[in-house]
Each structure stands twice: as C-alpha cells, then as structure tokens.
Design a protein around this ligand. Structure first.
Ligand SMILES: Cc1cc2nc3c(=O)[nH]c(=O)nc-3n(C[C@H](O)[C@H](O)[C@H](O)COP(=O)(O)O)c2cc1C
Length: 232
C-alpha cells in the first residue's frame, strides 16, 4: 500500500461534510493513475421487490456542493429500469494501492437532458454509435448479430462504416445526436463513508449522513450532514 500521506488517517475533528474529501480522493487516484479506470465504481441497484444487482460504471463527475455524482448509461438497461422504478443506489470506489474505500449511497435522479447532450457530444463517434447500436442488457442471438445491428444502426445515422466496423469512411463523421434512451443519472449522496486501511485491520472509518427530499422537477433539498466515526 502506498501511504498517500505521512499520517494516513481521517482528520480529527472530522470535516463537517464528506464530499470535498471524497472528491479529493478521486482526484488523487486519477492524478496518481492508480488503475486504468480510477473513476470506476461498483453500483448496486435493486428492484422494487428488493432483489439487488451490482456492476461497475464510471463516475464522470463528482459535484461536492450540493453533493452528487454522475454516471452515464442506457436508461432501458437492467440498472436503468431498476433505478427508474426504485431510485435508490449504492456505489463503492476501491483504490487498493491507496488503501482507501469510498461508499456513497442515496437517491438517483436523471440528469438534466442538456447536461447529457453535452456529455454525449464530447464522446468519440465510436462510443456514440455504441450507445445507438446496443440495446444494453437485452439478449441477442450471437456476436455476429450484434455487429450487424451496430452496423445497420450506424447506416441509419448516416455513417459510412468500413468493413471492420471500428472505423468510418466518411470524413468528417456526421454529427450523432444523443439517443433518448441514453444519458446521465445523478446519485445524490445521503450516506457517505470514507475508509482508510489501518495496521492490524484497525481501519479508520467515518460515516456522514443527511436527509434528501426530491421535488417534482428532480430538484433535491438536502438536510445538513452529521458524522460519526465507526468501528472497523
Ligand atoms: C471498467 C468498466 C467501466 C464501465 N463503465 C460503464 C458505464 O460508465 N456505463 C455503463 O452503462 N456501463 C459500464 N460498464 C458496463 C457495466 O458494468 C455493465 O456491464 C452494463 O452497464 C450493463 O449492466 P446492467 O445490465 O446491470 O444494466 C463498465 C464496465 C467496466 C468493467
């Protein structure tokens, strides 16, 4: 374990709010390139019956004030459908070489469409085509059928794909609009845990919590944070 600070402990007293530190940890993991995807997080969702599923997604933004993170996905995927029916999620980042774990739990709302548009427009055309080409989480007969589907949707978008699908013949590529079924989710933090690995498994943990109230226009009213240290 790389000791990122001389004294790798949570500060005393604990900060009144956790998101600044959470964001600083993500920034540090990114700067130090601790893994190919330092912004990867495990995201757990659940059906309305409480059946839980988890998968890795990339955190594309961490907004410290008022406190949410953003990830992008297909709204009709398994996770998307679960979140639209039951907008609760838990996420976990693990930066092994830094000896740090970050957990963020809370309520999920769809990102504003213009924010998703801007992010989609910033992606390369291959990723944009992928968002159109894949009905994420749905079954498909074969890999060949998937490639054929991606190619045919590419043609519908006006792309002149070369034989290997990975490259495009028209130059410049036509502008690809965001598919309506693809965009961002904001995970608003109501519980945040910062965890630092300690000697002899006497780790350092603290948990911050606050209430969240989601209004009709996806506006979120946040209560104030309270914090307690937890036994490891
Ligand atoms: C490192 C990594 C990053 C990923 N990033 C994303 C992502 O940002 N968005 C996404 O929808 N899927 C991402 N995936 C794929 C998901 O893990 C998952 O397979 C997919 O979203 C379908 O999940 P679902 O069927 O549970 O909805 C990523 C996978 C890995 C391993």
């Amino acid at each position: 374990v790389i000791d990122p600070e001389p004294n790798n402990k949570l500060p005393t007293p604990l900060p009144a709010e956790p998101m600044e530190m959470a964001s600083a940890w993500l920034t540090e993991a990114t700067k130090r390139a601790v893994a190919p995807n330092p912004n990867a997080m495990t995201l757990a969702t659940a059906t309305t019956d409480g059946a839980v599923s988890a998968r890795v997604v990339l955190c594309k933004q961490m907004c410290t004030d008022p406190g949410y993170l953003v990830f992008y996905t297909n709204y009709q995927s398994r996770k998307g459908a679960e979140l639209l029916a039951n907008p609760k999620a838990a996420s976990v980042f693990h930066w092994d070489t830094l000896g740090r774990q970050l957990r963020i739990e809370g309520t999920v709302v769809m990102s504003p469409p213009d924010e998703s548009d801007r992010y989609f427009a910033s992606r390369d055309w291959g990723s944009q085509l992928g968002a159109w080409g894949s009905d994420q989480s749905k079954p498909i007969d074969s890999r060949d059928a998937l490639i054929a589907q991606v190619r045919s949707r590419g043609r519908e978008l006006g792309l002149d794909l070369t034989d290997d699908t990975q490259s495009i013949a028209n130059d410049p590529a036509p502008e690809i609009r965001r598919p309506p079924h693809w965009g961002g989710f904001r995970l608003w933090a109501s519980v945040v845990e910062l965890w630092i690995e300690g000697a002899d498994r006497v780790h350092d943990r603290a948990v911050w919590s606050r209430t969240l109230e989601v209004g009709p226009d996806n506006d979120v009213v946040c209560g104030s944070w309270s914090v307690t240290r937890r036994q490891p």
